[in-house]
Design a protein around this ligand. Structure first.
Ligand SMILES: [Zn+2]
Length: 454
């Protein structure tokens, strides 16, 4: 539903860009790209109603908003992020397992307090919108209060959000542990309260195989059986020490991924973060079950976890989406995430085009989440979840933008040099949910102008 201050019929004039298909890895081609420079995007009742050329504006019954020379995209989709880890972003000096003990678990413990959970959830939802992200798959904490706070914050902003109570009944501090019976009771109550409410969906959320007993994983699989349409989210094969630990804990499993498979946790709504240390059999299981890997390049680089093999996933037709993984990742910006994904693939000798990266963060993620009927493109009928971006901010980016010879070169420079400072406004279901306060891009020139005049 649109925010009350926004009229039902809005028209935004900008350079419209979205995708009709997957551009694939490798050489950029325009075949899958739908680029409509200087067009009006028509929004009626919170949904996309159509597109008109810039010179043929809509009638007076539409509120017209000029963003000429700016880029308008579908809202970005972050498929793996922790709402309770904003406080530990950029924590120094450790790999995954030590990082959890030292920074993450203490921060998550504080979310048992409902007031703290609410304040952090509001800050988190606002931060997503201030980075152009309109839909996300999110880990709160083990506490039901943190789930209520997160869903409440998303609902108040009309956002598309998938989340669920973290399941964790071993190998975690006492204050963060549940048990099978309590986890089941809490999950059932939260599913009844939130799954299918407005634009929210519930995800059964075992943190990772090490922190759930086999009994709890079996309970999680039973929840998925009992409630068709639920999502599942977890972590898999992020770091080598973690993989060795899982092998010791589950000696009967063929692989780390197989632990989830044998507990009935893999399906077409399963989102597994990382997937760095998988083998070809694992990748075929992902392709066969329809489960996706939420590739989290910023986190993988920051924690030194490894270089994700995207090409091997593409070769077997397994789905890949993109994720910030804050607080392991160091930015909520999906532009920075795409830029880091490019760097990771460069280290593997694979070229990630700006088209492929941006498709993955929009229509690709929507398809992998089975939500492309609702989000991920500018097709008429889709929810008007869109973001308007400056092509360039600052003198260096502006001159690089002016020199770009074709659309891919321009979009690639935007992706590598841009971040949330390029974001002008974010709309969710046709309502403005973020607006940049002032145009900061000229600040440097103004300072110099003042100094010269003085
Ligand atoms: Zn994570």
């Amino acid at each position: 539903m649109a925010a009350p201050r926004d009229p039902a019929r809005r028209a935004l004039r900008a350079d419209l860009l979205d995708f009709s298909a997957d551009p694939g890895l490798g050489t950029p081609t325009l075949a899958a790209v739908r680029y409509r420079p200087d067009h009006w995007l028509l929004i009626d009742g919170g949904r996309i109603a159509g597109v008109l050329p810039g010179t043929q504006g809509p009638g007076d019954d539409w509120q017209r908003e000029e963003h000429r020379g700016r880029l308008l995209l579908p809202g970005l989709i972050d498929t793996h992020v922790h709402s309770v880890q904003l406080d530990v972003i950029a924590s120094y000096g450790s790999e995954l397992l030590e990082w959890l003990e030292r920074y993450t678990f203490p921060a998550e413990t504080r979310h048992a307090d409902a007031a703290h959970a609410r304040a952090q959830a509001d800050a988190f939802a606002d931060a997503l919108l201030a980075h152009g992200t309109t839909a996300a798959v999110v880990f709160p904490s083990v506490h039901a209060a943190s789930v209520d706070a997160l869903f409440g914050a998303a609902r108040a902003r009309g956002m598309r959000l998938v989340a669920g109570k973290v399941l964790m009944d071993r190998h975690a501090p006492e204050a963060l542990r549940d048990d099978v019976a309590r986890a089941q009771r809490d999950s059932e109550a939260l599913i009844a309260r939130w799954h299918g409410t407005d634009r929210l969906a519930y995800a059964v959320t075992p943190r990772f195989a090490a922190t759930s007993t086999p009994d709890q994983l079996a309970m999680a699989g039973a929840l998925l059986q009992r409630h068709p349409g639920l999502y599942m989210q977890t972590h898999v094969a992020e770091n080598r020490a973690e993989v060795a630990w899982i092998a010791a804990l589950f000696p009967q499993a063929r692989s780390y991924l197989d632990v989830y498979h044998r507990h009935g946790l893999l399906n077409e709504r399963a989102v597994l973060a990382h997937g760095i240390w998988l083998d070809d059999t694992d990748r075929r299981v992902l392709a066969d079950t329809g489960a996706q890997i939420a590739h989290s390049p910023s986190s993988n680089l920051f924690l030194g976890s490894g270089l994700f093999d995207w090409q091997a996933m593409a070769d077997v037709g397994a789905a890949v989406s993109l994720a910030s993984d804050v607080g392991g990742g160091t930015s909520l910006s999906m532009l920075r995430t795409m830029a880091d994904a490019y760097r990771v693939q460069a280290l593997r000798g694979v070229r990630l085009s700006a088209f492929k990266a941006l498709h993955t963060a929009t229509l690709g993620a929507a398809r992998a989440l089975r939500l492309d009927h609702e989000i991920g493109s500018l097709e008429p009928g889709r929810s008007a979840d869109v973001a308007v971006w400056d092509w360039a901010v600052g003198a260096v980016a502006a001159s690089r933008d002016a020199l770009a010879r074709d659309l891919h070169e321009r979009l690639f420079a935007w992706m590598m040099l841009g971040d949330e400072r390029n974001l002008v406004t974010t709309l969710v279901a046709g309502g403005t949910q973020y607006k940049r306060r002032s145009d900061d891009s000229g600040a440097l020139e103004r300072v110099h102008g003042a100094a010269a005049a003085a």
